[in-house]
Design a protein around this ligand. Structure first.
Ligand code: UD1
Length: 411
């Protein structure tokens, strides 16, 4: 059986790494795979009983990188850190408008499918690669599996929401990270055979890499990743106490100069007055700060520690030690939930409600209105770190994904 899996942008890499490992394990272990517990299996097969699948004899896996993210710090460093084999095929799509990225990816991926004729295309997450490759797969009559299916923010201004809706509408097999996502799919009329609740595959990576991240030193991370122009030397002020971390890259926060300007004032005038603020900065945000004339204010603020986009382990380590996280990233909301880092989600909605406090998680939706953020910020600083583990976020999801594909083949 031949499987092509697809990655395109930074958040895809930590989701595909464990899936590739599950395929390697399958091929190395006499083609048997023991299914970890999965409550979504039919009652005829009790969740705890091992499932031995002896066909197909081996899996031929091809990794395709669309090339949406291409900077070393946004792509290659993750392949190295997470031991992902070099992509077999790189479509070289690069930056552009959404239509350019999706169109170019479809044109290039179509050639790959016509040449390779895989049995399955596996897509992860909700980036432009996810959309482009699921559509192309179905137009080429190739079965498609979506890992991280069923997430819904209800916000049609988000490109990711459009990507999720289309990918889930088309995919044959929808592997969900939580039961709310499975429920979203049922409400949309998806038949039960197409839905499998498997857990959160990104947490497989977190659990596998946690020890390595813990061993890193925060001040070394700062020193090694500091933006060139920031005067950080060996006699720099070391972080010895609490610090905050921020990441921002969503168009809704960084593409409008008024919104971004207000956020910057809050961060520079209020957060940096309370504690050091570590900011690994996304290229899109850096470009916009420069274009909007906000860059000088940011670099000249005491206690503002600007970093290049940092590697996987570095980000995990920063998260583990943070007093508070401010972010518009979906993945960080999930990691904060498992690590217990109090998190202000700089969005008005989320496709990941299990990470919110009202569902037992660690994060609060604060949007980008400063008064909201200020109130939640002061409240959150009084709170303790409180790790929570939603159901099946247990580090075993990749195996369940592979079992689901193999079972689908047999059915
Ligand atoms: C994309 C994803 C988003 C994800 C994010 C993580 C879509 C629709 N969006 O958004 O869901 O959360 O990745 O980063 O797929 N750039 C570089 N180097 C790179 C990549 C990008 O400099 O390697 C710059 C370019 O100026 C580019 C801009 O960043 O135009 C935005 O990149 P793009 O891939 O279009 O979207 P992201 O904002 O990264």
């Amino acid at each position: 059986m031949k499987i092509i899996s697809v990655v395109g942008a930074r958040p895809n890499f930590m989701k595909i790494a464990p899936f590739i490992r599950a395929i390697e394990d399958y091929n190395n272990n006499s083609n048997n795979i023991s299914s970890p517990p999965n409550p979504s299996l039919s009652p005829a097969r009790p969740p705890s009983s091992p499932l031995h699948l002896s066909i197909p004899p081996s899996l031929h896996h091809i990794l395709v990188h669309t090339g949406q993210h291409y900077d070393d710090k946004m792509s290659r460093s993750f392949f190295q850190a997470l031991d992902i084999p070099k992509a077999d095929i790189n479509l070289g799509v690069g930056s552009g408008t959404h239509a350019q990225q999706v169109g170019q990816t479809m044109m290039e991926f179509e050639k790959v499918l016509q040449q390779e004729r895989p049995d399955w295309v596996v897509v992860v997450g909700d980036v432009n690669a996810t959309l482009a490759c699921s559509v192309t797969a179905k137009k080429e009559w190739v079965k498609c599996c979506h890992i991280e299916a069923g997430l819904r923010s209800g916000d049609m201004t988000m490109p990711e929401e459009i990507n999720r809706l289309v990918t889930d509408r088309l995919s044959d097999l929808l592997l969900t990270p939580d039961e709310l996502s499975s429920e979203n799919l049922r409400k949309e009329g998806v038949s039960e055979e197409r839905i499998r609740f498997v857990g959160n595959i990104m947490i497989d990576t977190l659990e596998a890499q946690r020890g390595k991240a813990e061993a890193l030193d925060i001040n070394e991370i700062i020193l090694n990743n500091s933006l060139d122009h920031q005067q950080i030397t060996d006699n720099r002020q070391l972080i010895t106490d609490g610090y905050a971390v921020i990441t921002m890259h969503r168009p809704s926060n960084v593409d409008d100069p008024v919104i971004l300007g207000a956020l910057i004032d809050f961060l520079c005038d209020e957060v940096c007055r309370d504690m050091p603020l570590i900011w690994p900065i996304h290229p899109r945000t850096e470009n916009n700060l420069k274009n909007f004339g906000l860059w000088e204010q940011v670099v000249q603020t005491d206690n503002m520690i600007l970093l290049y986009p940092v590697g996987y382990h570095e980000m995990l380590r920063l998260n583990m030690g943070a007093r508070i996280m401010l972010t518009d990233s979906g993945g960080l909301q999930e990691e904060c939930c498992v690590l217990g880092t109090p998190c202000l989600t700089l969005r008005w909605n989320t496709e990941r409600p299990v990470t919110l406090k009202e569902h037992g998680g660690a994060s609060v939706l604060v949007g980008n209105a400063i008064e909201n953020i200020r109130q939640a910020y002061h409240q959150t600083l009084k709170e303790e770190r409180r790790p929570v583990r939603p159901k099946l976020w247990d580090g075993q999801t990749a195996k369940r994904c592979l079992v689901a594909i193999l079972e689908y083949e047999k059915s």
